[in-house]
Design a protein around this ligand. Structure first.
Ligand code: THU
Length: 264
């Protein structure tokens, strides 16, 4: 345990330079900084920093920071921060923050919806999806494993539930296919979309998109326009993290006031 940063696993041997942040002061802690935020101070703890928020201090802990919040401190823990909340502390814990809390600590969990307060998006867990939606997500993950992405090394997978004129429904999947010219690259969504259309399934109902390297990312502009052509009201599911939290949109929300078949 390091007495200064309160990290039980830290071995800050020898002289550790600790930044004491006093009443009325603000401090932005960066890589390698160890801070002690005293009463009346505010600390923004950025990536690579670690420290303690003491009674009467406030702060924000960002991704890559670790902190201990002592009784009487108030800390806003952002995505990717790691914190220990002592009895009597208050933590506003955003989605993706990792808080170990003692009994008596007040943890205000920020719902995912608040994190993604964009009109119409809705976050749910994989388990809350319908069986069909889960199947689409599984297809998208599976196909992403064989993406041809030798230039970006950024595999993306997409799966689309589409309907043909006879009312039959089928799943089409695709991964990104890159090209040495770069510009010839086609995204996963469009590979899946064109396969569906080529097979006569021109009404898109649900689209799942996954990318382990950019969880929460959503279809690029070109893909939105293509999805819009075949499914303005289709649902788009984006996997927000690798533990499968899902953000739900409609194509219309992703491409508002769009230009489409009826515009001509
Ligand atoms: N990519 C997709 O497949 N879908 C998207 O929505 C965004 C980007 C691909 C294209 C390229 O192969 C790689 O990701 C990096 O942009």
């Amino acid at each position: 345990m390091c007495k200064n940063c309160n990290d039980p696993s830290a071995k800050h041997k020898g002289k550790v330079k600790v930044r004491f942040v006093r009443r009325g002061q603000g401090f932005t802690a960066g890589e390698g900084d160890i801070f002690r935020a005293q009463a009346g101070s505010t600390v923004l703890a950025k990536n690579g920093s670690t420290g303690v928020f003491l009674n009467g201090s406030t702060g924000t802990a960002y991704e890559g920071s670790t902190f201990t919040a002592e009784a009487g401190s108030v800390v806003h823990a952002k995505y990717g921060s790691i914190g220990r909340a002592r009895k009597g502390s208050t933590i506003i814990a955003n989605y993706g923050s990792h808080i170990e809390d003692e009994a008596g600590a007040k943890i205000i969990r920020r719902a995912d919806e608040e994190e993604h307060a964009v009109a119409g998006s809705l976050v749910s867990s994989y388990a809350e999806l319908s069986a069909m939606e889960r199947s689409l997500v599984d297809h998208a993950w599976a196909i992403s494993k064989t993406a041809y992405c030798r230039y970006s090394n950024f595999p993306v997978g997409a799966a689309i539930l589409a309907e043909n004129e006879a009312g039959e429904k089928r799943i089409f999947d695709g991964h990104n296919i890159e090209n040495a010219s770069y510009g010839g690259t086609v995204c996963a969504e469009r590979v899946a979309a064109f396969d569906a259309v080529k097979n006569g399934f021109r009404k898109f109902l649900i689209v799942a998109v996954v990318c382990a390297k950019c969880p929460g990312g959503s279809p690029c502009g070109f893909c939105r326009q293509v999805l819009r052509e075949f499914g303005l009201n289709a649902t788009v599911l984006n996997i927000f993290n690798t533990e499968s939290t899902v953000v739900r949109w409609t194509v219309d929300q992703l491409l508002p006031d769009s230009f489409g078949p009826d515009s001509l």
